[in-house]
Design a protein around this ligand. Structure first.
Ligand SMILES: Cc1cc2nc3c(=O)[nH]c(=O)nc-3n(C[C@H](O)[C@H](O)[C@H](O)COP(=O)(O)OP(=O)(O)OC[C@H]3O[C@@H](n4cnc5c(N)ncnc54)[C@H](O)[C@@H]3O)c2cc1C
Length: 325
């Protein structure tokens, strides 16, 4: 049987989500190392309509798994339908976006397929003709390189693979199968949007972002004062600050928060966990202030300041006051 690399598409309201394209980019990198056809699989009642977007995006085969009545995500449905749909594809690698959905159905799907499962994959490179998968541990301080035997399901870390549009060479096609499914254990009651992203974050040219390293809530005052030095600026934070209720969730940057791309992003007391980087990696210039010279954020930063943020930010404010007429 011809081997394949499968991408499980995530979609909402009839559109593929950006992380699906990142999973496709991961599949393309594996394909460069180990040639195989790529098949994007779309599951749901509107699978055929959504499949068209995948076809338009690049030169790939798309399998639309039409499931009557499945008008929104259901983990049980994904595990069940995908375990059947993937049987005939000879999948060596199955790339799943590393979102709440991917983590929900991915490991269970791997079990059903008799595949292994690697999570948080952020890079792939070649060694002796085999793909080696890279993920980080301990908030980016340790990088693990993993080799795996096919079949393996890969949960792809959001923000790690860059999608570039490809020339469409006209070899792509959609195959449609219909699978009947009825919920037995879980059913969706509804969606609630809890934390709308602050539009000020999207519009800001400068974002001063606070992490757990600010240590005390009162230090947010320093962060606000530094932000106020710049026109069109905003204050944001990492997840622990929002969990502590020091900042509202609408100001959280990262995988489960806002994705931002300001001209300047100042990360103050932020370690640089992948989940945070996923939301701010696109910033044009990154300044990181951290007492730990080994902090992972320094790999992303254009300027790294190894200093206590209270000392550095106070100096910055003082210097700015001195220079302001
Ligand atoms: C599914 C999932 C989704 C997630 N989504 C998000 C998300 O959207 N956004 C997000 O941010 N996180 C997210 N996380 C959490 C993420 O994994 C990290 O735990 C979090 O980003 C760490 O936040 P931090 O860098 O502020 O804190 P820490 O990792 O604790 O880092 C604090 C840093 O401050 C430094 N520091 C300490 N004192 C000082 C000082 N006085 N001056 C300067 N530096 C100092 C330390 O050296 C350290 O590097 C998610 C996790 C999971 C599992």
């Amino acid at each position: 049987m011809e081997r394949s690399i499968v991408v499980v598409a995530e979609h909402t309201q009839g559109r593929l989500t950006p992380v699906t394209y990142e999973a496709m980019a991961c599949a393309l990198e594996i394909q460069r190392i180990q040639p195989a056809r790529i098949v994007t699989v779309v599951v749901g009642e509107d699978a055929v309509e959504v499949a068209q977007e995948a076809i338009d995006a690049c030169d790939q085969s798309v399998l639309a798994v039409k499931v009557p009545g499945l008008d929104s995500y259901n983990g049980e449905a994904y595990r069940w339908t995908l375990s059947h749909a993937l049987c005939g594809l000879g999948a060596s690698w199955i790339c799943v976006p590393g979102t709440t959905q991917g983590f929900d159905f991915g490991p269970g799907l791997a079990v059903r397929l008799g595949a292994s499962c690697l999570s948080n994959i952020e890079r792939v490179f070649e060694q002796d003709g085999q793909p080696i998968f890279v993920r980080n541990l301990f908030n980016g301080k340790i990088s693990a390189e993993l080799s795996a035997a096919a079949p393996t399901l890969l949960i792809v870390q959001p923000g790690s693979f860059r999608w570039e549009r490809h020339d469409i060479k006209g070899r792509s096609y959609v195959e449609v199968i219909t699978v009947e499914w009825a919920p037995t254990h879980t059913r969706l009651l509804g969606f609630k949007s809890l934390y709308p992203v602050d539009s000020a974050l999207r519009d800001a040219l400068v974002i001063v972002s606070a992490g757990r390293g600010i240590e005390r809530r009162e230090n947010l005052e320093l962060i606000h004062r530094v932000a106020s030095l710049f026109p069109r600026s905003a204050v944001a934070g990492s997840r622990p600050l929002c969990d502590n209720q020091w900042l509202p969730y609408r100001l959280q940057v990262g995988q489960t928060g806002a994705t931002v791309a300001p001209d300047l992003y100042m990360a103050c007391g932020i370690s640089g966990a992948q989940q945070h980087l996923a939301g701010m990696r696109g910033s044009k210039f990154i300044v990181a202030v951290n007492t730990d010279p080994e902090a992972a954020i320094f790999h992303e930063a254009d300027v790294g300041v190894v200093e206590d943020l209270e000392v550095f930010l106070a100096d910055l404010l003082e210097e700015s006051a001195r220079l302001t007429p």
